[in-house]
Ligand binder design. Structure first.
Ligand code: CMC
Length: 427
């Protein structure tokens, strides 16, 4: 196989090395193009640009394959515990019992929040969107933990990692509780990581908390499914912010902001709002299918389509099955689940969606499960952020350990040419 691709420009021809990944993916190393030819590459939305070499997550969008560190997502979602998956993503291997216990103990040691940070949370208006609040509080964590910023060596990185793994679930639970008008309480640290998150979130002030194994198992599965997805919008944000050595918490806070948007993690909220609107409008799915296809209408079928998957998103298959099981086990009948299934069936046989290879993505059914658990629509994306945390950490750590350079794309300038300043009274 060729080792180079050749680029010809004017009279010059340069050889660009090919880079091969462990799954035989090929890329062209374009680093020398500008020095050799004065050209840059232009790729808005990075549709065809690799930003790094990564050993964390493998995704084959044509075949619908997703693996964390070589393990199939189906295998992990069925058999693993979220904390094991977090360890796997961050450190590269599944932990043994001793490593897992140490990881959990170290995290528990950090599972508290400075009381002054609690005051910041309390001062947000109750109408504030939970993602905005979570991003702000995560950023504020830096101020309360200044030693977590300058982390050059692995030991300091580890401390910063267990700190955020301990503190973010508390913030998530409190953001949820504030929105629900519940008192802000800590969990029970004799519990496992996920079980404790469920307790922190769902415990009522007026009765004994009884864990619901269906909810715990569904939460564990959802968190695993969201844990990483290689170089998506929020992860690229985390890596690029981290590349300036801004610190882990600041990078994660930026990632949370990126995740918030409805084209990314915010789609889980947008999906349930869309399904609810269709239900209230009489449940006419065909009308909304037409709107989604109409280019003069800004409506899109939320939870459908993906930049990388041109086949079923494997996470969507697992979540669809889980939605049926969870609603069944909890004895909940949610009419929007039927609307979702109807939309999916129609889209899968509609030429518009078939030709464009638009399939349900991870967000199409996840909100229905969160809703069945009693989580408010605006808080869905906060749950996505909680699941994505280990992925963001793993990608940030890899970027720092690889000593990647600061992220700084170039541009093609299309603005005004040089002109002279015009004083105010002459304009
Ligand atoms: N409904 C209707 N048409 C769509 C949709 C949709 N959901 N998604 C894509 N298309 C059409 C789009 O109009 C375009 O058509 P044409 O070729 O005629 O111009 C074609 O399909 C390609 O779409 P694109 O917008 O160029 O694709 P993209 O890779 O830039 O965008 C996407 C990917 C996920 C932003 C987009 O599919 C979308 O907006 N989906 C709805 C939002 C959503 O569910 N987001 C969650 C993504 S998965 C979880 C995550 O990443 O957080």
């Amino acid at each position: 196989m060729a080792k180079f691709a050749t680029l010809s420009f004017n009279d010059k021809s340069i050889e660009l090395p090919l880079i091969e990944g462990s799954e035989n993916e090929l890329g062209v190393d374009i680093k020398s193009i500008r020095t050799e030819t004065n050209l840059i590459t232009l790729d808005p939305g990075f549709k065809n640009t690799g930003s790094c070499q990564s050993a964390i997550t493998f995704l084959d969008g044509e075949k619908g394959v997703l693996r964390y560190r070589g393990y199939d997502i189906e295998d992990l979602a069925t058999n693993a515990d979220f904390l094991e998956v977090a360890f796997l993503l961050i450190f590269g291997e599944l932990p043994n019992q001793e490593q897992l216990e140490k990881f959990l103990t170290d995290i528990k040691e950090e599972s508290y929040i400075d009381e002054d940070l609690k005051k910041i949370l309390e001062s947000f208006p109750s109408a504030a969107h939970p993602m905005g609040v979570l991003s702000s509080l995560t950023s504020a964590l830096t101020a309360f933990n200044p030693t977590s910023v300058n982390v050059e060596i692995e030991e300091d990185m580890y401390k910063a990692i267990v700190r955020i793994m301990g503190k973010l679930p508390v913030l998530v639970a409190w953001v949820f509780r504030k929105k629900a008008g519940l008192p802000l309480k800590y969990g029970d640290y004799s519990l496992g990581y996920v079980e404790n998150i469920a307790r922190m979130m769902f415990r009522k002030p007026n009765k004994e908390y009884v864990a619901n194994p269906v909810v715990d198992a569904a939460l564990n599965k959802l968190l695993i499914l969201h844990a990483d997805h290689e170089q998506n919008c929020s992860t690229s944000t985390v890596r690029i912010v981290g590349s300036s050595h801004a610190g882990l918490f600041a990078s994660i806070s930026a990632g949370i902001s990126a995740l918030w948007g409805p084209l990314h993690g915010g789609a889980n909220q947008a999906v349930v709002e869309m399904l609810e609107a269709i239900r209230q409008d009489g449940g006419d799915t065909k009308k909304y299918m037409e709107k989604a296809k109409d280019k003069s209408d800004s409506f899109r079928l939320m939870g459908f389509g993906h930049r990388v998957y041109k086949n079923f998103d494997p996470r969507a298959r697992i979540i669809k099955k889980a939605a049926d099981e969870v609603l069944n086990d909890l004895g909940i009948v949610d009419p929007v689940l039927d609307i979702a299934k109807e939309l999916e069936a129609e889209a899968l046989r509609d030429p518009y969606f078939v030709e464009r290879k638009l399939y349900p993505n991870v967000d199409f059914y996840s909100g229905i499960i969160y809703r069945a658990m009693g989580i408010s629509t605006e808080t869905f994306t906060v749950m996505f952020a909680l699941g994505r945390l280990p992925g963001w950490i793993a990608q940030w750590r890899e970027m720092r350990l690889n000593k990647e350079p600061i992220g700084r794309p170039r541009q093609i300038y299309i603005g005004e040419n040089k002109r002279s300043f015009v004083p105010l009274n002459k304009r």
